[in-house]
Each structure stands twice: as structure tokens, then as C-alpha cells.
Design a protein around this ligand. Structure first.
Ligand code: NHW
Ligand code: EN5
Length: 388
């Protein structure tokens, strides 16, 4: 059934439920001298390139490939439209390798037709902190699908990750592959219900009018929590301490240091937004919430071309109840013009989604590890990791 994935060091379907296999690496690292030194062969018309995401031209080519060929929902009504600034941010975290930003061009025309990326991340699974690659943005041009290019791209990124002496990876996908460590549900909170209904993102509920629906999703103009403010550079040490302490409770979670927090969580306009609650007495940072910006192109609508979506990222509550904190996140997202606020049922999210009027979407997100076995699948609430 999975001619490629059956050959890879990932959990196999035949082993699901077999808790006698050891946890950790599925295969041991090989000496670096034994890592294949030349790139894998591509079909004749194509060539590998390393994408220099520092240059505007390369960034624009990648942006265009993804804007036209990346992930769509199951009815092909919406397609992710990651912005250029977002891609630069996502692909250049602390310690990134340019060699992990891999493109495929048509030799004759130089047209970019496929892409895959990795970025380094320290991820903790139970008690082990493991250097991993986070793999994302795998994309093959629509006209070149089903030609088995994806397995070559995955093998090539694996080879380049191995060259840096890294042997594990984490990735997510909307499709089922061998085999998920967890399966999460997307939830959606309407901020601009009229537009969402007009573009077919959501439907008018039974026995609901448009005006009742608009009223149902109304939000205050500004956040409720005293001391709620945007995160600033000087907050990085306090936010790092808060987040590190919080993420300890999850079975799989990133191991962020201050450099990671500065990169991944310091606000960047139209890319990532972060807020915190500062205690007026102690000046301590007691709570934190964040979301990233990922619009979708609306395919074939007369009136609208893009859907502005916020995606819940990392949230920590110690003093402010999570419900109130996330409600404040909804309020600021609404104020900034987002149409919808999306979240997965990871971490503590499940407990607040219904009360905040999120509804389940038609999409799921499966989480995977490469060359790392966990004995049992995780509940979404045991996952402390959000990929972009
Ligand atoms: S998930 C988003 C993936 N991208 C899209 O969905 C965009 C639209 N679709 C496409 O561009 C986030 C194509 O359909 C793609 C497949 C390119 C998806 N992950 O070339 P063939 C990520 O980026 C397997 C992994 O003929 P295609 C995460 C499929 O099961 N494998 O198909 C990426 C089959 O193998 P099988 C996927 O449609 C993680 C084979 O590809 C997959 O023309 C990557 C068919 O290939 C997916 N999303 O192209 C893994 N979709 O064994 C990283 C299909 O079943 C692993 N396939 O026969 C770790 C590496 C690093 C390790 C380091 C130690
Ligand atoms: C990993 N980095 O299917 C990338 N999105 O529910 C790979 N549905 O937006 C991720 N089909 O349910 C790939 N509206 C997986 C995600 C692929 C994209 C995807 C789903 C997630 C989605 C929307 C639109 C459906 C359009 C028709 C959806 C219902 C919203 C409604 C709002 C009011 C309350 C009930 C729910």
C-alpha cells in the first residue's frame, strides 16, 4: 500500500499497538562518512537547487509555487497562501541550514516546480531532548503530481539532514501516512461570519438568520484582562521561563531557549502576534498567548479573493484563566481584521474551544516523527508542539 513509506524508519501500520518495541530511535545513526555524498537522481528534465531565501527573487519564486500549488481543503475551495515575510521567518530560525531549503527546477526553462524544507529544532519526547529537523512546505507543481517525485524529495532532504549529523524529524500532514503519533482536529471560531458564509467557509446554522449569527459571534472592542499587552524584546527571558515551565507537562514539545523564543514568538507584523499579561503588583509575566497569520486564497469567488486566518500558536495561563486569555486573543484578532481564528485541540485547547464558540472543521492534522518510536499514540492534549 505504501511502497515508499514501507522502506522508511517510521512506525509501520503492522506494528500499531505492539508496545514491546523499544521507544526511541528506530535505526542508529551511521558514521558521517557513510552518508551518501551526492544528491539523489531526479528524472532527466529536472535539477536540484538550494534556495537562497535571503534574496527577494528566490523568495518570490517559492512564494508563487506555494501560492498556486500548496495545500487545499478537501473540496478545493481554499488554498494556503503563506506570505513572503512568513516564509522568510519560518525558514530562517536560529541555526538554520541553507542546504535544507531545497528546490527542483526544470533544467531548460529554470522554472521552480517543487520544494521541500527543513529547519532545526530541539524537540523533547518524554525525557529525551532530541535534535530534529522540522520538515514542511513539501510541494510538487500540480502538473507534475503522481510521478513519484515526492519520495525523491523526501530522501534528498533526509540526506542533507543526515549530513548535519541529525537523524530524527517531526512533520505534520492532512493525510494519513505510516504512522501518526497523534491525530488532531481543526476548530474554527468565526470572527467575520457574514464573509465566511458568503465564501462557503461556513454555513448558516439551522434555524439561524444572518443577523442572529452576527450577534452570536460579536466580541468586545478591546481585551478584558488588566495588564494584557503586546510582547516586547525585553520580555524574552520572562516568556522563555514561563513557556519552558509550561511545556514540561506535555509528552512531545519543543525545547525552546531564549533565541528560539525571540525568533518564534516576538511579534512580527502580519506573521506572528504575541501578547502577555504583566502583573501590576509584581511586574511578573503571568500569562501568554500567540497566533500566526496564514491567509488562504479563496478559489473562484466573485466577491472575495482571500480569507484572513489567525492560527492559535503557544498559550500559557498561570493566573488568568485560559478561557479569558484566549477570549482576549479572539478580541485582538477580530480588531486586527482577521476573518477566522483557527486552533487545534492540542495542549489545553480542548477545554475552552466549545465555550469560546469554536466549531469543529472538516480537516484533521496528523503528527509524525521520523526515525523515532513512541509506544502508544498520544492524545492531542498530550502534544505541546505546533508546526506552521
Ligand atoms: S503536509 C503538506 C504537503 N503538501 C501538500 O499537500 C501540497 C499539495 N500536494 C502536493 O504538492 C506538510 C503533492 O501532492 C505532494 C505529494 C508533494 C504532497 N507527506 O510524488 P508522488 C509537509 O510539508 C507520499 C509525506 O507520486 P504527489 C510535511 C505518498 O504517501 N509523504 O505524490 C512533509 C506516496 O508514498 P507511498 C507524502 O502527490 C513531510 C508518495 O508520497 C505526502 O505527486 C515529508 C507519492 O509520491 C505528505 N504530505 O506529491 C516527510 N503526500 O509510500 C518528511 C504524499 O504511500 C519525513 N506522500 O507510496 C522526514 C524527512 C527528514 C528526516 C531527517 C532524519
Ligand atoms: C502542515 N503545516 O482542510 C500543513 N482545512 O478544518 C498541512 N475547513 O479550513 C495541513 N471543505 O471546516 C493540511 N469550515 C491539513 C489542513 C488542510 C486544509 C483544511 C480545514 C480544517 C478547513 C473549513 C472550510 C471547509 C470548506 C469545505 C471548515 C467550517 C467552519 C465552521 C465555522 C463555524 C463553526 C463550525 C465550523
Amino acid at each position: 500500500r505504501h511502497k515508499f513509506w514501507e522502506t522508511q524508519p517510521v512506525g509501520q501500520f503492522k506494528d500499531v499497538g505492539n508496545s514491546t518495541l523499544p521507544e526511541g530511535a528506530i535505526e542508529p545513526p551511521t558514521p558521517l562518512s557513510e552518508v551518501k555524498q551526492e544528491p539523489y537522481n531526479l528524472p532527466g528534465p529536472y535539477e536540484w537547487i538550494t534556495c537562497d531565501m535571503d534574496t527577494k527573487e528566490m523568495c518570490a519564486e517559492v512564494y508563487n509555487l506555494l501560492a498556486n500549488n500548496y495545500v487545499e481543503d478537501d473540496e478545493n475551495m481554499f488554498r494556503f497562501n503563506y506570505s513572503k515575510d512568513f516564509l522568510q521567518w519560518a525558514l530562517r530560525p536560529p541555526g538554520y541550514y541553507r542546504s535544507w531549503h531545497i528546490g527542483v527546477r526544470v533544467k531548460s526553462s529554470k522554472k521552480l516546480v517543487a520544494f521541500i524544507t527543513g529547519v532545526p529544532a530541539k524537540i523533547r519526547a518524554k525525557d529525551s531532548v532530541v535534535n530534529m529537523a522540522e520538515i514542511n512546505f513539501l510541494c510538487v507543481h500540480k502538473k507534475l503530481r503522481s510521478k513519484r517525485l515526492a519520495p525523491v524529495m523526501i530522501k534528498e532532504v533526509t540526506r542533507r539532514v543526515h549530513m548535519e549529523n541529525i537523524w530524527q524529524a517531526a512533520y505534520t500532514a492532512g493525510v494519513i501516512l505510516p504512522t501518526p503519533i497523534s491525530t488532531c482536529q481543526y476548530w474554527h471560531r468565526s470572527l467575520n461570519p457574514k464573509k465566511l458564509i458568503d465564501v462557503g467557509f461556513s454555513r448558516l446554522g439551522a434555524r439561524m438568520t444572518m443577523s442572529r449569527t452576527i450577534k452570536l459571534y460579536k466580541l468586545p472592542d478591546s481585551p478584558i484582562t488588566p495588564g494584557f499587552r503586546k510582547m516586547e524584546l525585553h520580555d524574552v527571558p520572562a516568556v522563555t521561563r514561563l513557556l519552558r515551565e509550561y511545556l514540561k507537562q506535555f509528552i512531545v514539545a519543543p525545547d525552546f531557549d531564549e533565541n528560539d523564543v525571540e525568533h518564534w514568538l516576538l511579534p512580527k507584523e502580519d506573521v506572528v502576534d504575541s501578547f502577555l499579561v504583566e502583573s501590576s503588583e509584581t511586574r511578573d509575566v503571568t500569562d501568554f498567548c500567540s497566533f500566526y497569520t496564514l491567509p488562504s486564497t479563496i478559489l473562484g469567488n466573485q466577491n472575495y479573493s482571500t480569507l484572513k486566518a489567525a492560527y492559535s500558536y503557544y498559550n500559557v495561563s498561570t493566573k488568568t484563566p485560559m478561557l479569558q486569555l484566549m477570549n482576549d486573543a479572539l478580541i485582538v484578532a477580530k480588531k486586527k481584521g482577521y476573518d477566522v481564528f483557527n486552533a487545534l485541540d492540542v495542549m489545553e485547547n480542548e477545554s475552552i474551544l466549545k465555550e469560546l464558540k469554536f466549531g469543529p472543521g472538516d480537516g484533521q492534522l496528523h503528527y509524525y516523527l521520523y526515525n523515532y518510536r513512541l509506544n502508544q499514540p498520544l492524545r492531542p492534549s498530550e502534544l505541546g508542539l505546533v508546526l506552521l
